[in-house]
Design a protein around this ligand. Sequence first.
Ligand code: UD2
Length: 309
Amino acid sequence: MSNVLITGGAGFIGSNLAHKLVANGDNVTIVDDLSMGKRKNIADIDVTFYEHDVCDHGFMHNLLSKGRFDYIYYLAAVASVADSVERPMATHQINQESVVDTLDYLRTQHLPLKRFLFTSSAAVYGNLPDFPKKESSHVQPLTPYAIDKYSSERYTIDYGQLYDMPTVAVRFFNVYGPRQNPESPYSGVLSIITDCLNSGKTFSLYGDGSQTRDFIYVDDVVNALLTIVDKAPEPDVYNVANGMETSLSEVIRTYEKIAHSQLKMEKKDSRNGDISKSRADVTKLQSLGFKPKWTLESGLKNYWSTYGE
Ligand code: UD2
């Protein structure tokens, strides 16, 4: 049994991770200010929950000293590119400063730690033509969100290398699955489609549907994180994705068959800054022994069957 801290543990990916760790018998503590997460995401599991902002450094220091965590999964973030463009300074404090402060407290207090994992984003790759995206591809962080994610992942790796700390970082591609919140227009597209299929609302399709993404089911993401935490040989960054590319039109067709219903759609102009193609090179993740269990079809089936539970 390990002591585990998940910041942002009431959010989409964090709560799925928390369910898995609790099922594995771990002792899980969650810090989440519920700005994006929801209490109901973790209502049915036995965790220690603090509704608190990770930018309260005093609170975090006290928790880190008391908790003596074996594993820290750092998922707390304002996970909205649009919000970071509106409020660059406020989101910087959450998406970058809080991470460095935690790393620095762990360093200066010499707290025992088996692994600190930071969660970054494919947003760091920006709009460059290299394809598929390798961890060694050029980066082009185009928004405050992407800049902070890139900076925090570098801090995470560099703290590991400079101070001999067990750190690692990941770059999420397009994650979907249960507990993803569809409420914002910038929510993951599959949570929005699921909500529209379920309620009969009209889906706004930005562009012609030919844009591709590398979709990965959240259960695979959780397993990838557990593999990385366990097996990464040194502080480094890993793409977390399926390694497959699917167009939005194809996703919609597949999902309509699964849901036995037709998505009501309204075509709109492409979104500003939308990328046309995205796919990850997942060689590095596979080299740790990880293989995704879910295809897009089986993942969507499972998501649909559990929706609204
Ligand atoms: C993902 C991240 C984003 C940023 C970006 C960097 C998510 C949810 N978002 O954006 O934070 O890291 O990658 O590249 O992971 N779409 C519609 N209708 C809708 C919503 C979306 O047509 O109602 C389209 C959208 O224009 C895009 C595609 O669906 O072409 C996927 O959108 P998304 O917001 O799920 O993900 P993405 O890859 O644009």
